[in-house]
Structures are given as structure tokens and as C-alpha cells.
Design a protein around this ligand. Structure first.
Ligand code: AHR
Length: 614
């Protein structure tokens, strides 16, 4: 491998080359990155009709003798009218004595709440009653026997004759990863509950994100976040699509929606505002994906798509408008008077060529957005890889899900692309076929090779993000993901660790390098020069993938370096491999396939290195 290290021989890599793609899939957000512990907090999961679906809420007590639970439409929140009505038949005195611990309801969260000793949890709920109330708010183990934290709420009839907000802070006295929240009483009467939330007090930057998961994202140093999804944005049907206006404002007033593509309800605590906040917290730029009037099964005709276009314009005003603008003022009221740095929007997802209104709708959006916000960059999902686009666009979206072998071969995918047209945004890529398992070493190496190809072709590829990002172990819908978690644990798959090798690439210089492969066609390499802002030094980084079964003795020669700039003592090598190409990480072995770093003692202008198989 011969590398020309003089930066003059190289080419700047776009500042935004490597980012992440968040989709609400596999309970990535609800029950994942969004730290809310209660699932179906407004009893709305059945939609606006009653009786509603209160799942996973369950009843504590005997429904024949102690209480009856139903839903009605008496909530004080206009967009989510369903409330839970609990008629308590037992009491502390008389003939029908309540069981010890009382009767009521509990919520196990998303497959169990993670409650940790010494940590604080804020529980908020709305209540109304025809009489005085005496409600215990408790965090307990999964069978209700072990009490981790509890608090009693007493209120007179006049205090709760109208809907009243209650707020308590609970501190856990023990740890249980499979806990639940209980609302119980031993007092006869009728109580209505609505909008019940339990949030850990400690969240990432205090903004509601589960810290350990957000930190794993921060470690990737993403330059952009594409959100809130691909098919999630579309919906199987438009009536179930993600509509941003229903996801902003006070959480209690958000109606939530059923994501029919990935088949689960979300309360939309993680809404448009929170996504924008996440990008800012991670130092990334938002890439906001619109539904342009097309779902997977139905579509709005171009002549009727106007309201969707207006919704898009309003969303840009929400992100960027000043505090006096209609939508900017709502953002300001939510606690963010400064605008968010929204510069990229994508119109639709994988619709081009599949839905005949795509182009017409796209043009309506494109013209309206460019007129109002000429600097906003627009991404089409028509493929510009091999053919010239027949409509204006700043970027075209490119997705690839394939086998490891095919992904490896796609490393040179962009070599022949026209250098003059719109740039590619490789917004979804992953190895998920054939021998990929649930994301193994082989899959990750093929992705590394593909990214090396992207780095080398970063004059025509401006952005790239792996997909999907998260998998909740309890909802294994889409198997090859970057980060796997349950209520209390998380680990990176080999694909996640591959992303680490590219963390410094955005804004770096890709150097000219040539690899003489001889018989080793399974090798691919690239070299970058990057500035480390911690010590203000330039570093040369060479990345090599050995996708084959052979040990390779590789000679590396670096031209154009001043001898004084070679510092073996500060040089390192980082290796991602494992005993078997099919090795995966798991909760039991989270670090089975993880990069290991060690000194590169023979760092020099000429080096002999040994590349292990895979
Ligand atoms: O990443 C999962 C899905 O794959 C996305 O929603 C869709 O865009 C793609 O087909």
C-alpha cells in the first residue's frame, strides 16, 4: 500500500460525511432512546374511540368484587380525550374490605422498567374524582411485592373535582430492572386517571434521552441525524403517518399514534422538537424526512398535496423561525428561543418509481421550499447513481441492504458516477442477508469496505448513515442494527464498532493511495489526514479491511512525510476481528467483537504489517 501523505495530493472530505439515521423501529425511541418509562401513558393506544386499548396497563384487584376499570372520553386534553375510569368498590371499613396494598392499576412500561437504587424518578399524572382521594404512587418489582419507592397522595373532594395535575419525586431504595409503576387505593369511590408519566430525573443533557444510549451515539461523533425514519414516516396508510404537528407542545396534549409499518403505538414523547434537540445535543445537523403525501399504500394526488406542502413549510418555520413567527413562537415556548440549524430535508422515502404521484408531489414541495428557504438542501429519493435525474435536487437518496459479499463488491459503487450531478446521500446501508446473522463480524467488515469506498468517493457522496440504529431486544423486528438494548443493558454490534473507525473522517483529507493487491482481491484500504482538536496535531490514519481468510503480509510506504513528523511513540493500531467471522456480540458477551488498540511500534515511512484473516 503506497500512500501519498502530502495533503496537496488529497481531497477534502465533506464536513457532513458520516452521521446516523434514527428510525422509530424495533422500539428504538418509545421504550428506547426516549427515557419515558410508562407505555401508553394516556390510555390512548386504541385510538380516540372507546373502549380504548389500555395495554400494557393491568388491573390490581378482583374485578368482580373490588373495582371496575373502563375508559371514557372525559379527559381535559382536547386531542386525546380518552381517560381511565376506576370505580373502587372496596374500602378500609364496612363489608367489602380492600385487600392489603389496595386495588388499582399498574404499568410495566416497555417490558419492565429499569429502576435503580439511589436514582430519582418524576411521576406526573392527572386525576379527577367525585370524592376525596387517597392514592399510593409506587415503583415496585414485577409482581408488586417489592416496593422500591412509594408516596401517598391525599386530596379533598374539592381539590380533585376537576382534572388536577399531581407530581411526585420518588427515590428508589433498591434496584430492579423489571419494575412497574402502580397507582393504588383503599378508598371507595370513582377516580379518573389520565396522562401518567414516569421519567428518570437524570437524562442525557437533561433533555429526556436515556443517557447510556445517547452516549453511545455521541461516541460516534455523528455529523448529522436523519429522522424520524424511513417507512415510519410514510405509514402503511396515510392516516397512520408521522405528522409532526401532533408531536409538539406539552407532552400531555400529544395524541400519540399507531405506527402501522412497524406495528406499535407511540405516545410521541419523542417528537419533532425532541429530535431537533437531540441533533443539537450531539453537535449534529438535522436531516428531516417529510411525508410528501404518499404512504406505502395510498397517496394524495398532486393537485391536493397543498396541505402537506404547507405542513412542511410550517415545520421549517418551527425549526428556524424567530420567536415572533407563528411556529417559531411555539418552539420558543417549548424552551428553545434560538433557532435550530435545519439545512437538509428529504422528500419521501423509497417512493420514487413506486408511486406515480411522487415526482409531481416532489416538485410542489421543491418549488415551495426553495422559494421560501433557498438555502435549504433538498433530497430526492429517485436514484441518480447511474442516470441523470429528471428533476432538480441537491442530493439523491441511495439505500442498500444486501449480503456481505455483495456489500464488499459495492465498495467501488460510486467510482463511475458522474462527478457533475447531485451528490449521493447513502442514508441507509447494512449487511442483513445471507450469512449476516443478527449483525456479525463478516457483515461489519463488508460495511467497513463499503465505507472505505465512500470515503474515497466523497467527492460524489456527501452523507452516509447505517440503518437501523437501535433494536430493543424485546421487539426484534429488524435484525441487523447498530445498538441492541433492553431496559437496563446495551451493547454495540460489530457494525456499531465499524462506525468508530470513521469518526474522524468528516472534514478530514482523503489522501491518494494505491493498493497493489496481487492475489489478495479481498483487501481494500484508504488513508486520511485529520486534525485532532484535542492536541491540534495532524494524524495520518490508514484503514485496511482484509475480507478474506488469508493472513496477509502488507508493506506500507508513506511518501511526503517530514521525517520529524513521524512519532512512533504516539502511533497506534486498532484492530476489529474475532475468532470466527460469524461472531456476534450479545448481552452475555457484549465485547466479543470490539476494536482493540495497541501501540504501533514500527510506525515509520515504510512498515511491514500483518493482517489477520477477517
Ligand atoms: O431501515 C429500515 C427500513 O428499510 C426503512 O424504514 C426503509 O426506508 C428501508 O426499506
Amino acid at each position: 500500500l503506497r500512500v501519498n501523505a502530502s495533503e496537496a495530493s488529497g481531497r477534502p472530505i465533506p464536513k457532513t460525511l458520516f452521521g446516523i439515521f434514527f428510525e422509530e423501529i424495533n422500539h428504538a425511541g418509545a421504550g428506547g432512546l426516549w427515557a419515558e418509562l410508562v407505555s401508553n401513558r394516556g390510555f390512548e393506544a386504541g385510538g380516540p374511540i372507546i373502549p380504548s386499548n389500555i395495554d400494557p396497563w393491568s388491573i390490581i384487584g378482583d374485578e368482580d368484587s373490588s373495582l371496575t376499570v373502563s375508559t371514557d372520553r372525559s379527559s381535559c386534553f382536547e386531542l386525546n380525550k380518552v381517560a381511565l375510569r376506576m370505580e373502587v368498590l372496596c374500602d378500609t371499613k364496612g363489608t367489602n374490605i380492600c385487600p392489603a396494598g389496595g386495588v388499582g392499576i399498574y404499568n410495566p412500561g416497555f417490558w419492565g422498567m429499569n429502576i435503580e437504587k439511589g436514582k430519582k424518578y418524576k411521576v406526573v399524572f392527572y386525576v379527577r374524582s367525585s370524592g376525596a382521594i387517597d392514592v399510593s404512587v409506587s415503583l415496585t418489582g414485577s409482581n408488586g411485592l417489592e416496593t422500591l419507592a412509594t408516596c401517598e397522595i391525599l386530596a379533598s373532594a374539592s381539590q380533585v373535582s376537576n382534572w388536577t395535575k399531581m407530581e411526585v419525586l420518588l427515590e428508589a431504595n433498591a434496584t430492579n430492572h423489571n419494575s412497574r409503576l402502580q397507582l393504588t387505593t383503599t378508598r371507595k369511590g370513582v377516580i379518573w386517571f389520565d396522562q401518567v408519566s414516569a421519567m428518570p430525573v437524570d437524562t442525557y443533557k437533561g433533555h429526556g434521552f436515556r443517557s447510556e444510549l445517547a452516549e453511545m451515539l455521541a461516541d460516534l461523533k455523528p455529523k448529522f441525524i436523519r429522522f424520524p425514519g424511513g417507512y415510519f414516516v410514510l405509514g402503511d396508510w396515510l392516516r397512520n403517518a408521522f405528522r409532526w404537528k401532533a408531536t409538539i407542545g406539552p407532552w400531555e396534549e400529544r395524541p400519540g399514534h399507531f405506527g402501522d409499518v412497524w406495528n406499535y403505538w407511540t405516545d410521541d414523547g419523542l417528537g419533532y422538537f425532541e429530535f431537533l434537540q437531540l441533533t443539537e445535543d450531539l453537535g449534529a445537523l438535522p436531516v428531516w424526512v417529510y411525508n410528501n403525501g404518499i404512504s406505502r399504500n395510498d397517496q394524495v394526488s398532486t393537485s391536493h398535496v397543498g396541505p402537506f406542502v404547507q405542513e412542511a413549510l410550517d415545520s421549517i418555520e418551527f425549526a428556524r423561525g424567530d420567536s415572533n413567527s407563528t411556529w417559531g413562537s411555539i418552539r420558543a415556548a417549548m424552551g428553545h428561543p434560538e433557532p435550530f440549524d435545519l439545512r437538509y430535508v428529504a422528500l419521501g422515502n423509497e417512493n420514487c418509481g413506486k408511486k406515480n404521484n411522487y415526482r409531481g408531489n416532489y416538485l410542489k414541495f421543491y418549488n415551495a421550499i426553495k422559494k421560501a428557504y433557498p438555502d435549504v438542501k433538498i433530497i430526492t429519493n429517485c436514484n441518480g447513481l447511474c442516470q441523470t435525474l429528471d428533476h432538480p435536487a441537491d442530493f439523491y437518496d441511495y439505500h442498500v441492504y444486501t449480503s456481505a459479499k455483495d456489500m464488499f463488491s459495492k465498495a467501488d459503487q460510486f467510482n463511475c458516477t458522474s462527478r457533475d450531478g447531485p451528490k449521493a446521500f447513502v442514508s441507509e446501508y447494512a449487511v442483513n442477508q445471507d450469512e449476516a446473522g443478527n449483525g456479525n463480524l463478516l457483515a461489519a467488515l463488508a460495511e467497513a469496505a463499503f465505507l472505505i469506498g465512500i470515503e474515497q468517493n466523497s467527492d460524489v457522496v456527501s452523507m452516509a448513515s447505517f440503518a437501523p440504529l437501535f433494536l430493543n431486544d424485546n421487539d426484534r423486528w429488524w435484525h441487523s442494527d447498530a445498538i441492541v438494548f433492553n431496559s437496563s443493558q446495551q451493547y454495540g454490534t460489530p457494525s456499531y464498532w465499524v462506525q468508530h473507525f470513521f469518526r474522524e473522517s468528516s472534514s478530514a483529507t482523503v489522501l491518494h493511495s494505491t493498493l497493489q493487491k496481487n492475489a489478495y482481491t479481498s483487501l481494500i484500504a484508504s488513508a486520511i489526514m485529520w486534525e485532532n482538536s484535542d492536541d491540534n496535531k495532524s494524524y495520518l490514519r490508514i484503514k485496511i479491511v482484509n475480507f478474506g481468510n488469508d493472513i496477509v503480509n502488507l508493506k506500507i510506504s508513506v511518501d511526503g512525510l517530514e521525517p520529524s513528523s513521524i512519532q512512533p511513540s504516539g502511533s497506534t493500531k486498532t484492530i476489529l476481528t474475532s475468532g470466527n467471522q460469524k461472531d456476534e456480540n450479545s448481552f452475555d458477551e457484549p465485547n466479543k467483537v470490539k476494536p482493540t488498540q495497541s501501540p504501533l511500534e514500527n510506525a515509520d515511512k515504510d512498515m511491514d504489517v500483518v493482517l489477520l484473516p477477517y
